[in-house]
Structure formats: C-alpha cells, structure tokens
Design a protein around this ligand. Structure first.
Ligand SMILES: *Cc1c(COP(=O)(O)O)cnc(C)c1O
Length: 435
C-alpha cells in the first residue's frame, strides 16, 4: 500500500484517475518518477494556463526569493504588491477601459466567491443570489450554496441557503431563451423568487462540462440585471486569464460585470492567489471587515505581474490561443462526424472545449484509455459525461497535435468496441472489452 493510500484521506480524487507519482513538469508535459511523460490536458484544472514552470515567471520568482523579498505580507504594502497592481492596471484593466477596485481575498477561488457574494448582499441589503444550473463556484458553505452539483452539496451537512438556481443557457433546449423565464419570475410578485441581490454566472461552465453561454444570452442577462438593479457577478476563476481566448471571458460578449472573481491562473505559476474586482461605487467595505491571513501571497504577486507584462502587452497571445482553439474544435467536430452513429457532440469555446459523450461510463473509459496512452484528461458535466480539453494555452503546436491524436485514437477505439446505438447489453459488453 502506498503512503498516499495509507495516510491520505479518502477524499482525494485526481490521484485516483492518474495513479502515478509525478516529479517534474515543463509547459504541457508531466514526468513521473519512472521517467514516463504525460501530456497534460488538465493543467491544474485551469490553474496552469501558462503551462508548468514557465521560464520567464520562474526567473522572476527565483530572483525575488534570492533577494529575500517579502513572502508573506498580510495585506501590507509591499513592492511586489505595487508591481502586481501597476501591471494589472497597465496591461489588463486600462487597455479594456475597465475601472475597478481590487480586493485581495484568501488565496483560493472559493474565498473570492465568498467575498463577492458577501459584498453584493451588503451593498444591496438583499440576501438572495441567483446562480445557474450546473454552475460551480467552490465548496465553502456560501459558495457551495451557489454550486449545482449534488455530490458536492450533499457533503455540506447544513442547509445551503440564500441562493436560487435558474436554468443556464441551453438548459431547456436550444430554442428556449432561459433569460425570458428569469425575467418572468422577477416581475411576478407571486413567482416565489425572493428579489435577488446579485446574479453569479460562469460565461463558460468549467466543472459543469465546458458549456459556453452564447454572447446573446450573456447580453440579455446583463441587460436584465441592469434594468432590475441586480448586481452581475461573473465568476471568471476558470474561464478567465486567457482561457476563453481573451483575458476576461466576457470581453467578446461586450458586457460590463459589476463584480468579477479571478483565481486559478491569476498567479500564472500555480501559486494560490485570488482577487475580486468591483466597480468603485460598490467598495463599501469597512477596513478589515472581511480579511484573511493569506491575502498577501507576494510570491504569487511577482509571478502574476510577470505574466501580465509577458503575455498581455499586445494581442499576439490571444491570436495564438485562437489558432489552437480552432485546431481543437476542428479535431473534435471531425471526430463527432466520423463517429456519427454515436451520440458525440462538441462543446465550449476558446481552449475550454469538451467532447460530450452523452454517458459518464463511456467518457470514463475513454479518459482511462487516454491515460494509458500518455494523456491526462478529465471528465466533467452533470454525469461526468464530457471529456474536457484544458491544455496549457502555451502548449507547443506539436504537443497539442500529439495530445489530440491520442484523444482521437482513444475515442475511436472505445467507440468501435461499442456498437453504434447499442443495446444496453452490447454497450456494457463493449465497455468490458476495452477496459
Ligand atoms: C475552481 C473554481 C472555483 C473554486 O476555486 P477553488 O480554488 O477550488 O476554491 C470557483 N469558481 C469556478 C468557476 C471554478 O472553476
């Protein structure tokens, strides 16, 4: 029995899908203690948009540590924090004409979501928050109330209050505009909906299965929030920092959220760092009213600042992401066409795309086959039925091609073992053959 099985809690999850021990990593590849190389289509669940150990960020970090730069600074002023804020302003906010205040929260995504929801309630004096079906916002109690997944919600042990779930874009079929339903219940004094302080939404649902809302739906949602005086929170923890193709995932939709949460790839180096951005008039916190010991991860400030100037000084990186996203989309849509007897479909946008296999057991066998062939890829969605392609944005062209080839071969192999539109019996016999 390994020390992991002996000592680590049963709660561990990714280590079960990928039961090897990693020792080294560079950009889009991970290496095990036995020297086996894996291509990484998981990228820290979106925390490694710039790849593993990006050289420019590593140099900045090592130099900073060598000079005994501040590591832990509570929320005190440090040079590293100044350079982070200056970089955020110069490369991210100012070019997009965005006027926002920055709140440093505890270092995990769920900390940022808690702060965003708390602020919205404080500012409006209302309690209810509208979240969406299949949304994921973290697992601490406030954020968990906004998370849809029953597996996570069931572990709460207390009632999860103060959130109402509305149907996300496409939830009721392609032809139904779910914002029309939202507006109807907002206007109807007998709908049973407590008038919300805010709406919290992912523009592309990460854990929900790489489901992208249309720009039109996002525009309608933003307009609805504006006309009813409801705050719009975009949870950009997974879809942000370039994942969608632009720094913020909502840029192309042309909306202007009141509150934005960022975490996962914000430090650019896999170091924990989270912030909440909000419009200046919403900055109604009293000093110290919301705090946290690890709000000042200065090592993360250093790498984040380096990521802003290195990747976001012009639009070349966005164009590069666009080219790779087109490659992923081309591969996935061709695969759906080739195996049209199977219920496969394409989802998502940017480098946050998925292959919907319609069944969780099928997606699981494909993911396991990918791993056997040297590719790390995870499933997501309500029934874990979507294979999610979440490679580093910086992945080399050839490595991306190699990873997509592995995925293609694995999907072919598993689908061919399972007859198209199989009876339940054939289906399970097919799965047994390949697993
Ligand atoms: C991962 C994620 C979170 C939670 O972040 P943690 O660091 O795991 O707490 C919240 N929202 C979204 C959209 C996420 O993808």
């Amino acid at each position: 029995m390994s020390i992991f099985e002996e000592l680590e809690s049963n709660v561990r999850s990714y280590s079960r899908s990928f039961p090897v021990t990693f020792v080294r990593s560079k950009n889009a590849c991970l290496y095990t203690e036995n020297g086996v190389r894996y291509i990484d289509f998981l990228a820290g669940a979106g925390a490694l948009n710039y790849g593993h150990n990006p050289s420019v960020l590593k140099t900045a970090l090592v130099d900073y540590i060598e000079c005994d730069g501040i590591t832990h600074g509570l929320d005190m002023q440090t040079q590293a924090k100044r350079e982070f804020l200056e970089g955020l302003k110069q490369y991210i906010l100012a070019p997009r004409n965005m006027d926002y205040r920055v709140q440093f929260t505890g270092p995990t995504g769920t900390n940022a979501v808690e702060a965003a929801m708390k602020l919205a309630r404080k500012v409006t004096g209302r309690e209810n928050i509208v979240a969406f079906t299949n949304g994921f916002h973290g697992v601490s109690l406030g954020a968990l109330a906004a998370t849809g997944n029953q597996h996570h919600r069931g572990a709460a042990g207390v009632s999860l209050n103060g959130v109402t779930h509305m149907p996300y874009d496409g939830y009721l079929g392609d032809d139904i505009d779910t914002t029309a339903y939202f507006e109807k219940v907002l206007c109807d004094p007998s709908s049973g909906l407590d008038f919300p302080a805010a709406v919290i939404v992912e523009t592309i649902q990460g854990e929900g299965g790489a489901t992208a809302a249309s720009f039109e739906w996002l525009e309608k949602l933003a307009a609805l929030c504006k006309s009813y005086d409801i705050l719009l929170i975009v949870d950009d923890i997974q879809a942000g920092c370039g994942r969608s193709g632009t720094f913020f995932s909502f840029e192309e939709a042309g909306i202007s959220p009141d509150i934005i949460t960022l975490s996962k790839s914000l430090s650019g180096y896999g170091l924990p760092l989270s912030i909440v951005l909000f419009k200046p008039e919403l900055d109604q916190w009293e000093p110290g009213e919301h705090n946290g010991t690890f709000r000042g991860n200065n090592l993360a400030f250093v790498t984040a600042a380096a990521s802003f100037s290195h990747f976001w000084a012009d639009n070349r990186f966005s164009q590069e992401i666009g080219r790779k996203a087109a490659m992923v989309k081309g591969t996935l849509t061709a695969l759906c066409l080739e195996l049209s007897g199977h219920e496969l479909s394409h989802r998502g946008r940017g480098l946050m795309q998925g292959l919907n296999c319609a069944r969780g057991d099928l997606a699981a066998v494909i993911a396991a086959e990918c791993f056997r062939r040297g590719l790390i890829i995870e499933t997501s969605g309500a029934h874990d039925e979507v294979l999610k392609i979440l490679c580093p944005l910086t992945i080399e062209h050839d490595t991306l091609k190699e990873g997509l080839n592995i995925l293609t071969e694995a999907v072919r192999q598993v689908c061919q073992a399972v007859a198209p539109e199989p009876s339940e019996e054939d289906y399970f016999e097919g799965l047994r053959l390949v697993s």
